[in-house]
Design a binder for this molecule. Structure first.
Ligand code: NCD
Ligand code: ZN
Length: 438
């Protein structure tokens, strides 16, 4: 007898939506059929609901090691699972940053069995750790900060980028804001009162710093025919450049907060919306939606960057950049489907298929035979209000607090096991580190 059958769901495949049953045994999808007629240990009736691939959030900051008071792998993965995210890729800007093979091993030990969701790690590049990069295995990729953000990781030399690109073993994810440009604007605005204008952060980190960095790094990557992924694009100008270089090896992501908020939103949110790269103009958010529709934007990732509200509500200079998002990434996109901004098949590509493909994650990201049964059941008619008090992230707030969203995950399955159902955790932790193809 098989372990689990998801019955009569609208199954979201890469090439369309078809109704049927998904049959699961020993954690794997073993049959997809219009109607499964044998007995099963457990059957879930999915009538009227969608069976969707488990979301893989390719850009999160779980704060281990260094700041467990903001988030840890247990709280962060609970937030993930409740929001339909069955796996995530964690960034290396920890305290201390993950820049040696030894530190990565220590981080792996710290995470241990503490995650409800599957996970993988990025490794931080510096101007003198290329030798460490060459000793690594089973990582999601190398993270390059071209401009300074939260944490102190940065790559200043072209030579470093060239060495990483010519090594070529791992995907390279770039935080593309030019440090030289950021410093230029910082000194231009030095002495100005950051409180004088609500959009100060967007003014001191303008679009041209992102444009300069994207242009520069794509030229270098092209020279080495390297795989490069631009994290959180925010502007029309970046998308124009990316379109010129676009190939299987040149990919990019956008984050929900850059799709939803624009510089007029500071009025209401103030420094809570301080994030790198900054919130941009209304025209830029429209360009991002167009980039999603025309395929320039490959994935949506949350850049889940939890900081406590008392830190975020401090004056501009002390306020850390970053907003949480792992718990709301799927509902935000499902609500967009209901608003007619994007279709559900594309959301499956943006949130599951493409992240698995770009970062070479084995057996994940699609509803397909022999793929791992990391799945979410969606109720596209369910309406709920995002409420800070109800969130599971340790930082206990969301920039989307108060928003009514239509379209929510109701059941989350990891490795064939129902972990979360109807608002409750119903099974033990079973998150595992991803296997990455090399
Ligand atoms: C991130 C953080 O807080 O770790 N902050 C942010 O504004 N995005 C760092 C980062 O990815 O830039
Ligand atoms: Zn980030």
């Amino acid at each position: 007898m098989v372990d689990l059958v998801l019955k009569k769901g609208r199954i979201v495949f890469p090439d369309g939506i078809r109704e049927g049953d998904v049959v699961i045994e020993r954690g794997v999808i073993v049959e997809i059929t219009p109607e499964y007629k044998e007995e099963a240990k457990r059957v879930i009736d999915c009538t009227g609901k969608y069976i969707f691939p488990g979301v893989i959030d390719a850009h999160v900051h779980m704060r281990i090691p260094g700041s467990p008071y903001k988030e840890d792998f247990t709280t962060g993965s609970m937030a993930a699972i409740s929001g339909g995210v069955t796996g995530f890729l964690d960034m290396p800007n920890n305290i201390p940053p993950i820049i040696s093979k030894k530190m990565l091993a220590e981080k792996r030990d710290l995470v241990g069995d503490n995650s409800f969701a599957n996970y993988g790690f990025f490794f931080g590049a510096t101007d003198d750790n290329v030798d460490e990069i060459k000793r690594l295995s089973n990582i999601a990729g190398i993270k390059v900060y071209m401009g300074q953000s939260t944490g102190n990781l940065i790559v200043r030399k072209d030579e470093t980028l060239e060495n990483i690109f010519s090594y070529g073993k791992f995907p390279v994810v770039v935080h593309a804001e030019s440090q030289e440009c950021l410093e230029r604007f910082a000194s231009e605005y030095a002495g100005e009162d950051s409180r004088a204008r609500a959009d100060y952060h967007s003014v001191v980190r303008p679009p041209e710093c992102a444009r300069e960095a994207v242009k520069h790094v794509l030229h270098l990557a092209k020279k080495y025919n390297a795989s490069v992924h631009i994290a959180h694009v925010t502007t029309a100008e970046e998308l124009d450049i990316i379109r010129k270089f676009k190939s299987e090896k040149v990919t990019c992501e956008a984050a929900p907060h850059h799709l939803i908020f624009d510089t007029t939103s500071y009025e209401k949110f103030s420094n809570r919306l301080k994030v790198n790269p900054p919130i941009r103009s209304k025209e830029d958010t429209e360009a991002l939606w167009a980039g999603i529709t025309d395929g320039t934007i490959d994935i949506i990732a949350s850049d889940h960057a939890p900081h406590l509200l008392n830190e975020k509500d401090a004056p501009y200079e002390e306020c850390p950049a970053g907003v949480p998002g792992i718990e709301t990434i799927l509902p935000i996109m499902l609500d967009a489907v209901n608003r007619g901004l994007v279709d559900l098949e594309r959301v499956a590509k943006l949130l599951a298929e493409k992240p698995a493909k770009i970062f070479n994650i084995k057996n994940k990201g699609k509803i397909e035979l022999q793929y791992d049964a990391d799945l979410v059941i969606l109720d596209m008619d369910l309406e709920k209000i995002v409420t800070n008090d109800k969130l599971l992230t340790k930082c206990a707030w969301s920039p989307f607090n108060g928003m009514t969203l239509k379209g929510w995950p109701v059941t989350t399955i990891v490795g064939g096991e129902v972990i979360y159902d109807d608002g409750k955790f119903v099974s033990a932790k079973r998150g595992r580190e991803f296997n990455f193809e090399e």
